[in-house]
Design a protein. Structure first.
Length: 307
């Protein structure tokens, strides 16, 4: 482990942890040295996919369909696609492929009341609105005041009209008095899955950070369940590889709140154990995404039914 940690610039404890649950460890570490692929999500609120593809290919961009709906990989760009007129017009959202999975797993409909518990910068919120045909209601919560202008800007750019914004702590969600059909909790985490974008995370996080995030995630799960209708759906996601922030939180939701973990047709099955800790068998219905396996940033997604 020490040699691999030194070769790729990690704290040794991180590599030792990864070795317990990551397949093909060195291939995994090497994959995070590569620049992440660029993906866009077509904003069908404003434009059909074929029309956007024509506009962008006419400008010299090369696009490739992916296995996710409305998701295109940008394989060649004459200039940054984020600087294109089509981006400024809100015809698409530049977004990691893995971060498109939570809204798809939640699958909200036009008549639903949906809560997005950590909305900034708006990628998942605008995706939810798109899946809802800009109908129904999305209650979008953002704790940090400094992030609100960017969130509002992205909602406006994408033509979203079914969102009510709240600048508040999602732990206080109960005071809104709203019971949701569906809730998206893309939880604050240590961010191990985005090391390819932020190399500082190789050495800037420790087990204390994991424990802190896991504690907050337990509280957020409790808050989410307090605002979910019986029979409702909660999608929990992180961009962390840490089982304490992923499977352990889902296992807690099953034990504490009686949640049922439903299958998701993306990624690899979640862990059934970590170290000496055994998770409930149904936790394996959650999904992990690895850069060297799925070509995405690292991600974890679980779909939970409140019964």
């Amino acid at each position: 482990m020490r040699a691999l940690a030194k070769k790729y610039g990690y704290d040794e404890y991180m590599v030792a942890r990864f070795a317990q649950f990551v397949p093909d460890l060195e291939k995994f570490l090497a994959s995070m040295e590569l620049p992440p692929s660029v993906y866009i999500r077509v904003n069908t609120i404003k434009i059909p996919q074929n029309a956007l593809v024509k506009r962008l290919t006419d400008k010299g961009f090369t696009l490739r369909p992916s296995d996710l709906p409305d998701c295109l990989e940008v394989t060649a760009e004459p200039y940054s696609i984020g600087a294109s007129a089509e981006h400024l017009l809100g015809y698409f959202y530049v977004q990691d492929k893995s971060s498109m999975v939570p809204p798809l797993a939640l699958a909200p409909g036009p008549g639903d009341t949906v809560i997005d518990m950590a909305a900034s910068p708006g990628g998942k919120t605008t995706h939810l609105a798109q899946l809802m045909n800009n109908e129904g209601l999305i209650v979008a919560i953002e704790k940090e005041p400094a992030r609100m202008p960017g969130l509002r800007s992205n909602l406006g750019r994408c033509g979203v009209r079914n969102v009510t914004l709240f600048n508040m702590d999602a732990l206080e969600i109960a005071r809104l008095g709203t019971k949701a059909d569906k809730i998206l909790l893309d939880a604050p985490c240590t961010g191990e899955g985005v090391i390819a974008r932020d190399r500082s995370r190789k050495t800037s996080r420790d087990v204390g950070d994991i424990a802190y995030c896991a504690g907050l995630q337990h509280e957020l799960i409790d808050a989410a369940c307090s605002a979910l209708k019986p029979g409702g759906t909660l999608v929990y996601s992180t961009c962390s590889f840490a089982p304490e922030e992923d499977e352990a939180i889902v296992d807690y939701a099953v034990r504490k709140h009686g949640m049922k973990v439903e299958p998701i047709p993306y990624g690899s099955p979640a862990l059934t154990a970590f170290g000496k800790v055994q998770f409930r068998p149904e936790v394996a219905n959650a999904r992990r995404m690895f850069p060297h396996v799925h070509g995405t940033t690292g991600f974890f997604v679980a779909r939970l039914r409140y019964v």
